[in-house]
Write a protein that binds this ligand. Sequence first.
Ligand code: NCD
Length: 366
Amino acid sequence: MDTTPEDPSQMPTEHRVALLSRSDRPFHVILAQQFDRELIQTLCRLAERVRAIAETRQGANFLRTLLSHKRAMLYFTQPSTRTFLSFAAACQVIGLSNNEVRDSSTSSEVKGESEEDTIHVLSQYFDVIIMRHPGEGFAELMAHRLNQMRRSIPIINGGSGKDQHPTQALLDIYTLHRCFSRLGSDGMIHQFEDNPFAGKTIAFVGDLLRGRTVRSLVYLLCRYPGVRLLFVAPDELQIQEDILEYAQRYNITHECPSSLPSVISECDAVYMTRLQDEHDTAGESKAIDYDRFRLDLDMKDKFKPHLAILHPLPRRNELDVRLDTDPRAKYWEQVRNGMWARAALLAYVFNVDAAIIDHHQSHYSY
Ligand code: NCD
């Protein structure tokens, strides 16, 4: 019996989250709202463990046995370098073999096959589909469709139109956790704080209207009472009302300052984003003065000593390359953190997290 409405995005969020879960854990990973604080913490800890274990040859070999009986399909029909390679590398870490479709013009879709049929076919060969797609609700719709099939496999959202990018948000929050925690001499977090974001000010800067990474990360940060969010964007590209209402509902202090220089000295983290002009319908971005939303070396004197500078990348000129070697620039680490966070997430979805924890406990003292 088909009980799923045509457009799942019209359902209440709790219902959507429930339909994406099995036995109280995400089966499909589509929405950042699926991650509560406990799950974020579980996954960040798991990412730290994977990272520590992968350091030795023996550990890396152990990790590669975990999912060596499973196959992943990377179905990426929208441009991607980092997310695609990050998932590919994450699959390698935990032994998931993987194949890719990166251009639907090379698939049977040119013979008139629907994308939905393509997904059904892929679900017969593979054990998980990691998907980047220009359509906002497509991954979620496919998750519901697969739920109704005899063979149902997880779908992981690697970026859905302008809407969400939950695994980027996961790696971003993992990066922020690492920035705001005390690391041991081995560079690992030994003691996870429950809420390292209380009392911290985090600024999102740039094209907040169309940046899906920002939308997803705000959903995660709203799980941390006491965090203060600043949305610094041109008027035309300010974050959407639904996100502000979400922050309001969670009692998260938020403001929309008009310029970055006026608030940079208050920031503990700044999350820069590029102009998303591929979403323009008639070149409207050209009229926007984006230079005012640039993080420049000249502002360095105003930075807090422990400011964390993040960017999901790719960047254009909104982030001064002369900051690249500043210890506060965390965007390269962010890329690497993504590989560990995604390996942890895949391990969790496939229920091999307990084996990782056991291995870590028997080989490490913390
Ligand atoms: C982002 C994306 O695709 O949304 N990139 C990424 O996944 N790291 C950000 C962007 O394209 O600007």
